[in-house]
Design a protein around this ligand. Sequence first.
Ligand code: PHE
Length: 319
Amino acid sequence: MLDRIQQIKRKALSELGFLESIEELEGLRIRILGKKGLLTEVLRSMGSIPAEKRPEMGKLANEVRNFIEKEIETQRARLDQLEKERQIAGEVIDVTLPGIKPLVGKRHPITQIMDEIKDIFYSLGFSVIDGPEVELDYYNFEALNMPADHPARDMQDSFYISEKVLLRTHTSPVQIRVMEEVVPDLPIRIIAPGKVFRRDDDATHSPMFHQVEGLLVDKGVTFADLKGTLLVFLRQIFGKDLRIRLRPSYFPFTEPSAEVDISCIICGGDGCRTCSQSGWLEILGSGLVDPSVLEMAGYNPEEVSGYAFGMGVERIAML
Ligand code: PHE
């Protein structure tokens, strides 16, 4: 019996040194000191040995138990440390690996062109102003010489919110708002960029798009001023060799009116698919402010004149 106890002690000692994890240590503890463990079995069988031998055996068994328990604690500390080291080794960061590239946004092409247009007109002495996207019928049509039932309204099929309120179909209502605001002061020199809305939606039309309106009102403003300003502007956008052409046109709020074409930027004017072999691309609408519009805004058309133009930003961005 005493031999058996010594044997258990040796077995425990020889195994303890080789343990590699807390789980293995726990397994060993249960196998030796647990309820059905080797040492516990020995103690349980004490009844079968002669009474005089029991104290000696009990003493040895307790010594061995204490010894093994202490040894287990020592090993536990060692294995805890080992576990920690393993964890740290697993978490090492390789600082030489390439990083994750942050997604840097880019300005939308429309915004880029808008900013470019603004910069050019700033340099020509224009100010940039805003107008409401939800507009009164009065500013969008009426004050621009398009009374109710005027056929020109049909060109701009509209989103109405109520009988008198709609999503603006162009940026021209800003012309009226500005004139009303500053009359009788002069000069007016503004551009008004922004969203406009029309009820058409197909492969080549979007129900929402962007325009930039221009308005200059002063004494003695002529068509030559309009043409010169647009030429300077369009050459800055499309290149210094660009040519422009003004075609007679009609807008209810300008008189005379002109569509402005640029020489085709794809073929240079020789004729290609983009310009339908014409050599020209239509780029904006313009004209001298109609005297009755000036009058409605409070200016005297005998003393004051002005020009206005409006362009689609998507078209310029695409070109
Ligand atoms: N507002 C007109 C349109 O949307 C364009 C324009 C603006 C024409 C200013 C002349 C003067 O078609």
